[in-house]
Every structure is written in structure tokens, then in C-alpha cells.
Write a protein that binds this ligand. Sequence first.
Ligand code: ARG
Length: 450
Amino acid sequence: MPHSVLWSSGRYISQTKDPLPDLSLVLKVQILTQMDSGGRNVKPWKIAVIIVSVIIGLALIIGLISYFLCHYQDRYYNATFLITNVPYDPQYGRQTTEEFRYLSQEIETTMSKVFKGSFLSRKYIRSHVVALSPDPGGVLVSVALVFKFASADSKATSWSHVNSVLRRRLETSSTFLNVDQSTIKLTELNKENGDNLINNFCGIRKEAFSFSGVERITDGQRARDGEWPWQASIQLDGTHYCGASVISNTWLVTAAHCFKAGREPRRWTASFGILLRPPKQRKYVRRIIIHEKYNGLVPDHEYDIALVELASSIEFTSDVHSVCLPEASYILRDNTSCFVTGWGALRNDGPSVNQLRQAEVKIISTAVCNRPQVYAGVITPGMLCAGYLEGRVDACQGDSGGPLVKANSRGIWYLVGIVSWGDECGKADKPGVYTRVTSYRDWIASKTGI
Ligand code: ARG
């Protein structure tokens, strides 16, 4: 005799009648049971087995459905095309030039218009110009495109959607650029190549993080994963001592005064990721190069810069990779908004923290910073001041060596300062003083080739 078990909203009902009134929301499991001679009931262990299998089955089905409907994955493409109305300029050969920035930004804005104005608007994440190369017909553009597609979308369909939107809209989306339609090529990159492509560019963040409010490292805002991927901690005998910035997979830049406590590479390690414990990666130090002219005498803070060579390469990920270095000729205007990050003290002489913090600070001109009531003339051309004359927001002890960064108009982050010194922390008229990176740009290149 057939015997059925119904499982409905967590309860099971055992009955001997087979036909069921409404099957729409009820999962029906039919089993044929052996009955012992006298009894009619299913053995309890069998019921248990059935319930467990039904639960597992349901969980699997729900899991699969949600995986396909709600699970998104990044897909990367490389698009190339020819711009015919811009003559090639040799300055396009270097990513850090103003010319490269200007044209790339125009192209990236156009890409965003192309996709944001299409049915792919919610799947489009970002574009990044990878190269601008010379071509007899103008400038050949190579741009990486990142999309978030549902896992259920087939690769072929996604590719053809991106391709058709690009062909349909690229020509008409820019008032400034003339794109030769016949030269558009789109190739999909696999995840690894796509990740590598994006993570190997300096100064890029995976997501656009929005920032709310003015905070300070003293009582400041906590950083989130991947927000400042170039931030490193350099540690003496395993204890956080200073901040540093990743400028390549084997080189960090930091402050010279961090090594007053010891210069033997063996005693130093570097860690990466927003938490000191546990870090995302950890590396031994091979070599420490302190600026030849740094003399470590107080109050002489000149030439407060050092390079740290790692014993093995950092594996670049979206959470750990390099920041860009500005050209030596780059001019940092007063009042520019920058960010300083570190694990340093929340107040003067306080302990360091485990989770990275960030603060927004503004560039203060050297003329103002050298006023008698501020630093009275001790600020040299190799230094820069950032913070607020009213005080409060500042870096502090333990932030030394760490980055002061600024985003350009493409959203690419540049290292403009290295936390160096200050009169206590967050005091009025005593802003933070940083090593001016542009002054040491050529020195960095001479030691590292970067
Ligand atoms: N010299 C300090 C250090 O070793 C950092 C000083 C930064 N101070 C400031 N008020 N911005 O960590």
C-alpha cells in the first residue's frame, strides 16, 4: 500500500490516503514502505532520514536558484579602437603625463556614457584606459572594461551585449572624439587576466568608496577592505612601528626617521591589508635605503624618506597593490583635498590601533605654514603641510612613513606626501608636516627604477 509523507512549512504529516488536495506549495515525497505484520506506522528512523533528505534537497535547490539569480561575477573585456581626430603625442607613452590623463579621462567618460545610457547601465562597473598607441590613422586606444553579470548570463550573451552597445553607441557618445567604427574590437579576458590587468595599475581601487564627513585618524573613520590597498605596516621585531606605501611589488616608500630604532633588515617585516592582526600578506625585508642626506638630528627633519626592498614579491590583489607616484614636475595646489591613512595613535602619545584609519586633510601653503605662529620658517621645499589651522584632524604617532594621497580627475590615486612630523597631534596652528614626494621623485627612480 502506498504511503505518503508531506512536508509543509517544517511539519510533516503522515497519512495513508494518496490523493492530495493542493500540491502547489507542498512538496510531496512518495515512498513505498514496508509494513511490519501488525503495525501501520513508518519506522521513526526512516522518517528522520526522509526529513533530512528533503531538507538537504530543498537547501540545494534554493542554493542553486539563488546562485544563478543573485550571484554576480565580474567579467572583464578589452576594447580597442582608433580615434581619428587626435594626432598622436609622445606624451601618451607615459601614463603619468597630463596629456595621457586628459585623453584617457575623455575616453573613460565616453565609455561610461555609452554603457550608463544603455540597458547594461546596472551591469557596467568601470573602464580604464590601458594604453594609447601611435597609429598612422590617429591614436589607437586600448581600454579595459569591467562588468558585473549574473552568473546565469552566458559568457557569449554577455559579450554580444557589450559588443553591440559599444558598436551602436560609441560613435555618437562623444562630442569630442571621432571613433572609427570599423576598428572596434572587443575581447573577453579571463578572470585572472582581468584581475591582473586592473590590479597591476597603480592607484586604482576596486570600488568607488564614498566618504562622509570630516574625520581624523585621532578618533577617525575606519578604512574598509580595499580602500587604501597601497598602505603597508612596517614592523620592528614583529610590532607595528611605521606606515609605508607600496610603490611596486617589491618596493615600499616610508620615512627615514622610522629606522632610528634600528636599520638591520633582519629585524623588520612588512604587512599588508587593513588589519594589523591578521594581515592579508606579510613579507621579510631585504634592504633598507635611507636618504643619504638624512641626518636624524632633531629638529632637522629634512630628507625624511627611505625605501624598503622586500625579500619576495607581494602578490597583487584588489586589496593589496601599488599607489602611483607623481611626476617631479607635478604641482600640488593649496587647499587640495588629500587623505592620510595609518594605524597610528588616536591622540598624542596614544597606542596604535588594529584597524586602519583615514582622515581627510587639506594642503596648506608653505607660506602659511611658515608663519611665525605656525612653524616659523622651518618648512623647507622638501616638505609640505596638510591639515587644518584650527587643528583637530591630523596624523599622529605611528602614522609616520604612511601615505598622504590625492585622487586625480580619473579617480587614480597618487602619493603626494609621507607622514613625517608635527608638533603633537591635531593642535591648532600645528598641522601635519609631510615629506614632499615630488621633490624626491628622481631619487626614488634612481634607487628603484620606478
Ligand atoms: N613622527 C610621528 C611618527 O613617528 C608622526 C608625526 C606626525 N604628526 C603629526 N602631527 N602629523 O609616527
